[in-house]
Design a protein around this ligand. Structure first.
Ligand SMILES: NC(=O)c1ccc[n+]([C@@H]2O[C@H](COP(=O)([O-])OP(=O)(O)OC[C@H]3O[C@@H](n4cnc5c(N)ncnc54)[C@H](OP(=O)(O)O)[C@@H]3O)[C@@H](O)[C@H]2O)c1
Length: 177
């Protein structure tokens, strides 16, 4: 089926030292960021690695959830299982067209961000101003490839463990949609 192109965005919270996870969890508490994540991704297909799915423990409501795994026996209620990233992105784009969504999101974790970065059109990055210990990082954001098109500084609220800057990056040389 053809139609208007579905763009691909990565969405991540990334500490100033590049850390995004530690021991299967995120090493911070950021209530305001979770609200933004929900608002941005609601109604749009989301793609995640099996370890990120395990850390969430259930599909995220209101979104088509696609989980990438090499384990052909993997099953989980309420998710589409994909054998590799290409299959996952194809399924996400199909779902987006069926749901009239203009964008699909890759929501982590580190392994999947690394593979998806080359095909992404846009990055939604919450820069977390902290330097936590961690075992998973986000790939470097190369300024020659990515243009920062917006940035908003957000002080830490009552339920946030650090101040953040929410920034959107667009791949250079690609017209905005
Ligand atoms: N800060 C953030 O915004 C953010 C967002 C999401 C996650 N995280 C954190 O990131 C961490 C998890 O990241 P991670 O790098 O360990 O794991 P991950 O990227 O979530 O998942 C990795 C798994 O995905 C599957 N996979 C990866 N590439 C594949 C491919 N090409 N084909 C088929 N399957 C593939 C494999 O599953 P199988 O082993 O089942 O084959 C692999 O073990 C956690 O700490 C989580 O809290 C942080």
């Amino acid at each position: 089926m053809t139609g208007s192109p579905v763009s691909l965005a990565l969405i991540a919270a990334v500490a100033d030292n590049g850390v995004i996870g530690d021991g299967g969890c995120m090493p911070w508490r950021l209530s305001s960021d979770l609200r933004r994540f929900k608002a941005l991704t609601m109604g749009r297909p989301i793609v995640m690695g099996r370890r990120t799915f395990d850390s969430i423990g259930k599909p995220l409501a209101g979104r088509t959830n696609i989980v990438v795994t090499r384990n052909s026996g993997f099953r989980a209620e309420g998710v589409i299982v994909a054998a590799d990233l290409t299959e996952a992105l194809d399924a996400a784009r199909r779902a987006a067209r069926n749901e009239s969504a203009a964008e699909v999101f890759v929501v982590g974790g580190g392994e999947i961000y690394r593979q998806a970065m080359a095909s992404a059109d846009r990055l939604h990055i919450t820069h977390v101003h902290a330097r936590p210990a961690g075992d998973v990082t986000f790939p470097p954001i190369d300024a020659a490839v990515w243009e920062r098109v917006s940035a908003e500084d957000i002080p830490a609220g009552d339920k946030d463990s650090a101040p953040t800057t929410y920034a959107v990056y667009r791949r250079r040389g690609v017209p905005s949609r």
